[in-house]
Design a protein around this ligand. Structure first.
Ligand SMILES: Nc1nc2c(c(=O)[nH]1)N[C@@H](CN(C=O)c1ccc(C(=O)N[C@@H](CCC(=O)O)C(=O)O)cc1)CN2
Length: 368
C-alpha cells in the first residue's frame, strides 16, 4: 500500500490529466445508460447509505452533444463514500460492544505491535488506537525500535496469545527487513488473528466449503463497500490488479466466494488493459499512482481503488498528496461508481479491524 512519506519524495508526480479531445470524449458517448453496471435492486440491501454522494462537478451542460454526454455520465457516477460507510460500521460495532458489555461484562481487547519508525505505520497505529477508544475496544500497544530482534516480537505475541483480556493481535506491516514476516505472523494464535494473515486463515479462505476465522481487513472492506452500495457481484467479471498477500490475493478469493468470475492482473501480465476492459468490477491494489487509466475501464464498471500513493505536490502544505492506483479524473468519466483516495477503502480497513476484534471477542465468549 502506501510508501513512507520519506520515500515518496523520490517519486515523480504522475500526471493523469483527463482526455481533452472530442475523439476521446466520443469514446464514452455510445456507452452510457444501459451499459452501466446495474446496482442490485431486487435484493434487500444490507445497508443503504442514506446519502450516496453523487458528484455533479459541472452544473451547466454545454450545448455540444459529445461533451454533454460525457458530463452526464460524470454526473451519474456514484462516489463510494468509504469514510461515511466506515463511520456507520463503527457506530454499529459500538452498539454491539455496549450490548455485550451490558449482558456479559466483556470488553473486547486489541493488541497492536509496531516495530520501527516508519511514519505511515505510526499514523495507522495511532488511528487504530483512536478508533478502538471511540468504539469501546480496549487497546494494548507495543512500540519497538527498528533494531529489535525477532525473539522480542515473538515474546510479546506469546504473552498476548495467553492474555484473556486480548481478543485480537496484530503486527503492523511492513516489518523491518531483518525480520521473518512469515514466522512472526505464524506465531499469532489463529483465534486472535484479527488481520486474517495467518496461513491457516488464508488457507480456509481459499478452500470451498471452509470458513476462515477472520477475513483480512482491506479486502473485507472492499467487499463490504460493494455490498453496502448494492453492487451485484454474482456472475460478474471481476479483475483484481495486484497479488499481494494482504490485499490482492485475498480480494480475489473473496470475489470468487461471491460467485464472480475473477482474473488477476499482475506485474508480468501482458496487455493488462485488455483484461481490465472486460471487467464489471475492478479492485486495484498495486501501489502505482494513477496506473489504471480511463481507457482501461469498461463503461459502467465499478472501481474499488485500494492504492494510497503519495505524490509530490508543492501546493499541498504536506508537500505531497495521496492518489490511488486509478486515475480518478479519467475513471469518473467512464465508471458507474468509484472509491476516492483518500476517503475510500482506507477508512474501511480500520473499521473492518474493529469488526474482526468484536467478532473474536464474541466467539471466544460464545456471545451471540
Ligand atoms: N498489520 C497490518 N498492516 C498493514 C495493513 C493491515 O491491514 N494490517 N494495511 C496497511 C496500512 N493500514 C492499516 O494498517 C491502513 C492504511 C490506510 C488507512 C487509511 O485510512 N488511509 C486514509 C488516508 C490516510 C492519510 O491521510 O495518510 C484514506 O485512504 O482515506 C488505514 C489503514 C499496511 N499495513
Amino acid at each position: 500500500m502506501a510508501s513512507s512519506p520519506i520515500t515518496m519524495m523520490k517519486m515523480k508526480l504522475n500526471n493523469c490529466s483527463p482526455p481533452s479531445t472530442a475523439a476521446a470524449a466520443a469514446r464514452f458517448l455510445p456507452l452510457l445508460g444501459p451499459h452501466q453496471i446495474r446496482f442490485r435492486s431486487s435484493v434487500a440491501p444490507l445497508y443503504n447509505p442514506s446519502f450516496p454522494r453523487t458528484i455533479i462537478t459541472r452544473p451547466t451542460f454545454s450545448s455540444s452533444s459529445i461533451i454533454t454526454a460525457a458530463m452526464a455520465n460524470e454526473a451519474l457516477v456514484k462516489v463510494i463514500d468509504g469514510k461515511k460507510v466506515a463511520k456507520d460500521v463503527r457506530d454499529e460495532i459500538n452498539a454491539e460492544i455496549t450490548r455485550m458489555k451490558d449482558s456479559i461484562g466483556v470488553v473486547p481487547g486489541l493488541a497492536v505491535i509496531l516495530v520501527g519508525d516508519r511514519k505511515d505505520s505510526a499514523t495507522y497505529v495511532r488511528n487504530k488506537k483512536k478508533a478502538c477508544e471511540t468504539a469501546g475496544i480496549k487497546s494494548y500497544e507495543v512500540c519497538l525500535p527498528e533494531n529489535s530482534t525477532e525473539e522480542e516480537v515473538l515474546k510479546y505475541i506469546s504473552d498476548f496469545n495467553d492474555d484473556p483480556m486480548v481478543h485480537g493481535i496484530l503486527v503492523q506491516l511492513p516489518l523491518p527487513s531483518h525480520m521473518d514476516e512469515e514466522k512472526i505472523l505464524h506465531a499469532v494464535c489463529i483465534e486472535k488473528d484479527v488481520d486474517g494473515f495467518h496461513p491457516l486463515n488464508i488457507g480456509q479462505l481459499a478452500m470451498r466449503g471452509r470458513e476462515p476465522l477472520f477475513i483480512p481487513c482491506t479486502p473485507k472492506g472492499c467487499i463490504e463497500l460493494l455490498h453496502r452500495y448494492n453492487v451485484e457481484i454474482k456472475g460478474k467479471k471481476a479483475v483484481v490488479i495486484g497479488r499481494s498477500n494482504i490485499v490482492g490475493m485475498p480480494a480475489a478469493l473473496l470475489l470468487q466466494r461471491e460467485d464472480a468470475t475473477v482474473s488477476i492482473v499482475h506485474s508480468r501480465t501482458t496487455n493488462p488493459e485488455e483484461i481490465t476492459r472486460e471487467a464489471d468490477i475492478i479492485i486495484a491494489a498495486v501501489g502505482k499512482p494513477n496506473m489504471v487509466r480511463g481507457s482501461w475501464i469498461k463503461p459502467g464498471a465499478v472501481i474499488i481503488d485500494v492504492g494510497i500513493n503519495p505524490v509530490e505536490d508543492a501546493t499541498n502544505p504536506r508537500g505531497y498528496r495521496l492518489v490511488g492506483d486509478v486515475c480518478y479524473e479519467e475513471a469518473i468519466k467512464v465508471a458507474s461508481a468509484i472509491t476516492p483516495v483518500p476517503g475510500g477503502v482506507g477508512p474501511m480497513t480500520i473499521a473492518m479491524l474493529l469488526s474482526n476484534t468484536l467478532l473474536s471477542a464474541k466467539r471466544i465468549n460464545n456471545f451471540k
